[in-house]
Design a protein around this ligand. Structure first.
Ligand code: ATP
Ligand code: MG
Length: 377
């Protein structure tokens, strides 16, 4: 479980601290470009570093050239958390940072266990070398940016336990796996989907043709030449019985329905991640469906003591279902850098919680109060 996040010179975050309450469900709100996605990205990088090497995690658009605030020579993310409950609870801190030295970025990972004195600091290939429970606590995090068109694609999987990819591909094989291996979970998923999108009757999976490209080798005059061969093979696609008709193929199902189905498939999967990072969680959903989605989140969190969900949203309907301590409000200072406070830090919170819903409170107060009195511009 993550408890504290500190970002330094991470894009628009010159110095941002987040204190996550014990609810395990946390919202990031704020105007466009206020730094919500960047927080999810920083956390996802840390998680990936628990099983992958620096060079694989921080490539291309995630290179420190782009992550470090323009003009700065260092960038870092520090996360404090714990693993286990009661007597088994172990506190830990894990971080990465890059320092620019002679135009070259030097990466460093560090970690610390609460019970032990001192910290281990230095250049490590990845956080997988950190002591238990740090890799376990960080390893199963997923950053979802579901795309309805990807969820609707017919797909084929060679994996014994297929999983929906971060963009939503592989939905049909994953659902097929859930239906045959964990039928109770599959039924639960359907019930939750029906609560959020009441027109849904039943979710099905049927066989469908999938185009795959395979690499082939031929030998000509003793030389191996590789070429791509397009093939059609049998895979699967999702079909949904709706109140308007049965067996409607996924590509004709509404976007909000497919996005919800994809998200729920992640949430009920027996190989569920520990930390789910969700960007723009309400995309495509009606206000009532948004409210229902948060109550589904709460139920799933209740049933899974290791699951934590951090999401960004622009919706007061989503925020309405949360308490002020679950809402992190981001605002930009005059020079554009991010400031962040929890809604329960607002000076009028006591009065507001008696008179207003959390969404109404945020709507009425906006974000400017977050930077009132801030002088570090
Ligand atoms: N290297 C950098 N240095 C300084 N600022 C940066 C850097 N990279 C990105 N930014 C700033 O951070 C912003 C990106 O923020 P982010 O994507 O986290 O916003 P968001 O709150 O998710 O917005 P939205 O609601 O539009 O999705 C950019 O618009 C830019 O202003
Ligand atoms: Mg964003």
């Amino acid at each position: 479980m993550l408890e504290e996040v500190t970002l330094t010179n991470f894009k628009s975050h010159r110095s941002t601290e987040l204190y996550l309450d014990s609810s395990r469900l946390h919202a990031l709100v704020g105007k466009n470009s206020s730094g919500k996605t960047s927080i999810l990205q920083a956390l996802h990088c840390l998680s990936r570093l628990s099983s992958s090497e620096f060079k694989n995690v921080f490539g291309y658009e995630r290179s420190p050239d782009f992550l470090a605030t323009v003009g700065q020579d260092n960038v870092s993310a520090i996360v404090k958390g714990f693993w286990g409950y009661g007597n088994n609870r172990k506190g830990w801190t894990a971080s990465y940072n890059f320092r620019r030295d002679n135009h070259k970025w030097e990466p460093e990972a560090s970690w610390k266990l609460d019970q032990e004195k001192g910290s281990t600091k230095g250049w490590y290939q990845s956080l997988s070398e950190a002591p238990y429970p740090i890799p376990a606590a960080l390893k199963y995090a997923v950053y979802l940016k579901l795309v309805a068109a990807k969820l609707a694609e017919a797909a084929y999987s060679e994996s014994v336990t297929p999983r929906v990819e971060y963009d939503g591909s592989m939905l049909a094989p994953t659902l097929d796996y859930l239906r045959s291996e964990t039928p109770d979970q599959f039924r639960r998923l359907q019930e939750m989907l029906k609560r959020i999108v009441p027109g849904v009757r039943e979710v099905g999976i049927r066989r469908a043709k999938v185009k795959v490209t395979r690499q082939r080798l031929i030998e000509i005059d003793g030389k191996s030449i590789s070429y791509d061969e397009n093939q059609e093979i049998a895979g699967q696609e999702v079909v949904v019985d709706m109140n308007t008709g049965d067996r409607i193929p996924a590509h004709s199902i509404s976007e909000g329905t497919m996005l919800t189905l994809g998200l729920l498939t992640f949430l009920v999967n027996p190989n569920q991640p520990n930390l789910i990072l969700l960007d723009d969680v309400e995309q495509g959903l009606h206000p009532e469906a948004q409210r229902e989605l948060v109550s589904v989140f709460k139920e799933i969190i209740q049933a899974n003591s290791n699951l934590q969900i951090i999401f960004s949203t622009h919706s007061p309907y989503i925020v309405d279902e949360l308490s002020p301590s679950q809402v992190h409000v981001l605002s930009n200072t005059n020079s554009g850098f991010t400031c962040c406070k929890r809604l329960d830090e607002h000076p009028d919170v006591e009065w507001a919680t008696q008179a207003l819903t959390t969404g109404e409170f945020w709507d009425a107060e906006g974000e400017d109060w977050v930077i009132a009195g801030e002088t570090h511009d």
